[in-house]
Structures are given as structure tokens and as C-alpha cells.
Design a protein around this ligand. Structure first.
Ligand code: SF4
Length: 303
């Protein structure tokens, strides 16, 4: 690739990442004037990219908000303590390193051979919420991206019997913290490319010695295969997560089937199609809207 072509491609990638993260921030009202956003930095490509993009959004936003980067040093063997502080200082980013030896706790409590992640992430969550309080952060930003959201959705579907993904914005159980995922629309492959280009000092993510989740790897591979064989399928599934019709599913917690028809006051969102011939959802007029949105997301990616 010529240097000109490379510069062009990188510029395109940067614009796409800013556009998609900006769209997610706007679509879900993630950041508001005066917010202090605590960016959780693990040392992986996703959180570096998140911090980088949010800093650019902050420069361009029509209102003021601040950013503080936080890393939780869990005392995993071989964790290179200097890398993040050195990087953050060189970038002029306000930051806090929280040191808590969760590694010892987890390895002491979990029998050998069992997965450490569930206890580890519960401890980490509690610590990060406390740190957010201490720093006065109003939002906690995590680096999960589109592929994380889809993988979680399929894991819940295949192994948990639930239709549940990973929300772009959520409030903690105690109602005190708002967690945001500004990379919700961003593909992982773009984050790989961005991290390479920006030469982020990546810290390996296997220091805890926990085995990578086999089921998650399977789902990742499944999505890769689909994308090869049926280009656009993954985008369609992702778009579907934002277009749910509770009246056409079977969860009575989200649609009041019990009183349906009693007052005739709740028409079906999609109208009555009971006597229509069977058709693919994509043949229905409302799917035209769906197509437009999927294409618009695809266009935004390839622009
Ligand atoms: S992979 Fe390691 S650091 Fe991450 S949640 Fe699991 S045990 Fe904790």
C-alpha cells in the first residue's frame, strides 16, 4: 500500500470510529453537559481506543464534560505497572490507578481448574463503583463493542435460554451509577486496526491465567463464518436488537397478553396480521424501515 493510500484508509477509519461512537453517544444520551466520565482502562485495544475517541469527542462537543481514566491493578502476576501511567502521562490524561489484589482473593477462593471470571468481575465491579464515587464520576465508560454485544446475546440465547444482550447504557442495581458503552456500534476489527495504527502499548490479557471462554470463542467463530457466507447477516441481527416487538414474542412481563382485547385499547404495534399468508419478516412493509437502518449502519461503516 502506498503511503498516500495508507493515510487515506487511516483517515477513513478514524472518521468512521468517531461517527459510530458519536452516534451511540447521541442515540442513548450517554454523555450530558457537566458529566465527569470515568473511562475504565484495562490496557487492551478496546479501552485505549475508547479513551482516545472520547478525548476527541470532548474537544469537539458543543458542551463541556471531563474525562478521568481509571485502571484497576488487580495484582496479576507479571502485570507491567508502569505502562499505563507512562502512556497516560505522555498523553496528558487525568488518571487514577487503583491497586487492589483481587487476584489473590480469587485464586484463594476458587478451586483450581474452575473459571475465575465470575468472582473476579464481581469484585472489579464493586471496586470501580467505589472509585467512581470517590472521584465524583457521573458516568462509567466501558470499552465493549458491537461484537461483544452480539456474542453476549448469542451466549444468552444458546446457553441461557434468554433474549438478552449487553445494554449500551445501564444503571447499577443500587441506582447510583450509570454505565455507558460508547463503542456499542463499532466492529472489533476496526478497533484492531485502530490500535495497530495508533501503536497503543497493549498489555496482554492472559496474565490472570484464566482460560479464554470456549463458548464465547465458538460464538465469535460462528459470526465470522456467517459474515463470510452471508455478508450483512451480522448487521441485520445487530439491527434487530434495537427493533423488538414485545407483542410478537412470548414474555408476558413485557406485553400484557392477559388483558389483551378487554379494553381494545392496545392495538398491536405492527397491526393485525393474523390472517395474512406466512411471509418472511423481510417482506413486510415495516422491514423496509429495517433495511434502511441496516444499510445506513453499513454505509456509515464503509464511508
Ligand atoms: S479473564 Fe482474568 S482478569 Fe478477566 S475477568 Fe476473568 S479472571 Fe478476571
Amino acid at each position: 500500500m502506498t503511503p498516500e493510500k495508507l493515510a487515506f484508509e487511516r483517515n477513513k477509519l478514524h472518521k468512521r470510529l468517531l461517527r459510530l461512537s458519536g452516534k451511540a453517544i447521541a442515540d442513548f444520551s450517554m454523555i450530558e453537559p457537566g458529566d465527569k466520565v470515568m473511562v475504565c482502562l484495562s490496557g487492551g485495544k478496546d479501552s485505549y481506543a475508547l479513551l482516545d475517541l472520547l478525548r476527541t469527542h470532548r474537544e469537539r462537543a458543543p458542551f463541556a464534560f471531563s474525562i478521568v481514566a481509571v485502571n484497576l491493578d488487580q495484582k496479576q502476576p507479571g502485570f507491567p505497572e508502569h505502562i499505563l501511567p507512562d502512556y497516560l502521562r505522555s498523553q496528558g490524561v487525568d488518571f487514577h490507578i487503583e491497586t487492589q489484589d483481587t487476584y489473590s482473593i480469587v485464586t484463594r477462593l476458587i478451586p483450581e481448574g474452575k473459571t475465575l471470571c465470575s468472582l473476579c468481575s464481581r469484585l472489579r465491579r464493586g471496586i470501580l463503583y467505589r472509585v467512581a464515587d470517590e472521584l465524583g464520576a457521573t458516568k462509567i465508560a466501558l470499552g465493549h463493542h458491537r461484537d461483544d454485544i452480539l456474542e453476549t446475546f448469542f451466549l444468552n440465547l444458546f446457553y441461557g435460554g434468554q433474549m438478552k444482550g449487553m445494554p449500551p447504557k445501564l444503571i447499577s442495581d443500587d441506582g447510583k451509577h450509570i454505565v455507558i458503552r460508547p463503542l456499542a456500534y463499532v466492529e472489533e476489527s476496526d478497533l484492531h486496526a485502530y490500535a495497530q495504527w495508533r501503536d497503543f502499548p497493549i498489555i496482554p490479557c492472559n496474565l490472570c491465567g484464566s482460560q479464554a471462554n470456549l463458548k464465547r470463542r465458538e460464538v465469535k467463530q460462528l459470526m465470522r463464518d456467517w459474515e463470510k457466507r452471508f455478508p450483512g447477516r451480522v448487521d441485520h441481527i445487530f439491527a434487530a436488537l434495537g427493533r423488538v416487538t414485545p407483542s410478537h414474542l412470548m414474555d408476558a412481563r413485557h406485553y400484557d397478553f392477559r388483558t389483551l382485547g378487554q379494553g381494545l385499547a392496545d392495538p398491536q404495534v405492527e397491526g393485525d396480521r393474523l390472517f395474512d399468508p406466512d411471509a418472511l419478516a423481510s417482506d413486510a412493509p415495516e422491514a423496509q424501515v429495517q433495511r434502511i437502518d441496516v444499510r445506513s449502519l453499513q454505509r456509515q461503516r464503509s464511508a
